[in-house]
Design a protein around this ligand. Sequence first.
Ligand code: AMP
Ligand code: MG
Length: 426
Amino acid sequence: MADHPQDLLSDADPNAMPLDTAVAAIVSCLVPVDGNEEVSTTDALGRVAYCDVVAAIDVPPFRASAMDGYAFRHGDIEQAADSVLHVAGRSLAGHPGVDALALGHCQRITTGARVPDDADTVIQQEDTTELADRRIRLDQLPPRGEFVRDTGSDNRAGSLLVAAGQPLRGADLAICAAHGVGTINVRRRVKVGILSTGDELVEPTGIRARGQIHDANRVLLHALLARPSMEIHDLGIVADTPEAVAACAQSAHAELALDALVSSGGVSVGDADHVRDVLGADGQVQLWKIAMKPGRPLAFGRLASGIAWFGLPGNPVSAAITTLKVLEPALATLCGYTFIPPRPHTARLTQAIAKRPGRVEFQRGVMTQAADGNWEVESVGAQDSHRLQSVQRANCLIELPVGCAGLEAGTRVQVTLLEDEANGRL
Ligand code: AMP
Ligand code: MG
């Protein structure tokens, strides 16, 4: 594809797709991976529920006390001349007492213990006075039903505990456990291979020859992509030849049976950029350029084997931002859950920002709360896409819309926190 001359005042490329359109197009090409497995509830954090989980029991499974105190029948006190009860027996958590309560009697009870069937109210210990001869006086009469947790007051048998397609959080797992669910059926992990293309690259531990740099992107992608619902395969550094790139794609299918490949570098129009051609020769390039900055060249397509290939730009900052903005929703689809975009905030720019119209831009910034309580944001400075420091120093992304041609200081801008974007992984 020919490179298009660009208007000096505009950053628009007629072949580049708007980001939202591109993400929707990519997502529409993908379906969740087939297959599921039963895993222990303890090990299911971050996995994606394959089936609904429905409660088989009520929780709590019996009427339970919410306090340490005494269980009694409210009517006994209403009818009595005084507020004195005889203490007959006790019900401890895990050691229930008898269900019968004689008239004017109560049962000592602890938090979580079964409330006798004959009792309807619990008075907390602090509201009673201990008298002689195993008797107590109620210092005040609590309302009927006080401190009794009803059967099924957390969840009733038959209610939906977890819906299919839900990424499982700790609270989901705890609720399943409370209902006696010891294993959960989850979608199988998505197998993703990550590779770096570039003859200039050596491992972080490698010896650099003249003109070589250490590979930062595989470590970056490991950090950004690693999650319980995916299995990451590191395919290493791949040389800048069509043969090497094609061989990598071949082994991704034949040897590793991967679902997706995420490569960085080699997607532009330089002499050493082969990803797009290999993808086109073996399968189909479905999309190439996205009108975003950083990260305009981004190859997406499918190999004949069905493997989805995401060819990210080589500059580390571009690789990071395209991972957040494009890969996250795409991989969520493969994993079987719906991507929820990070919540946008607004903040006031502390300085002017230069921008050419034509692409949506995600500038790295630092958002802080000013003395007047309002949120302010400033750019981290130079935004070159090789400067990983711009990401390291940032706590947010400032979103500058496609048509924006620069902003004055004091303008309110839309900002997303990197913490929300990347879950603490960037
Ligand atoms: P490319 O997209 O292959 O033309 O690469 C664009 C820029 O990113 C070049 O300066 C590359 O040296 C650099 N680059 C590519 N891959 C990596 C990587 N894995 N780690 C660090 N820099 C990279
Ligand atoms: Mg390259």
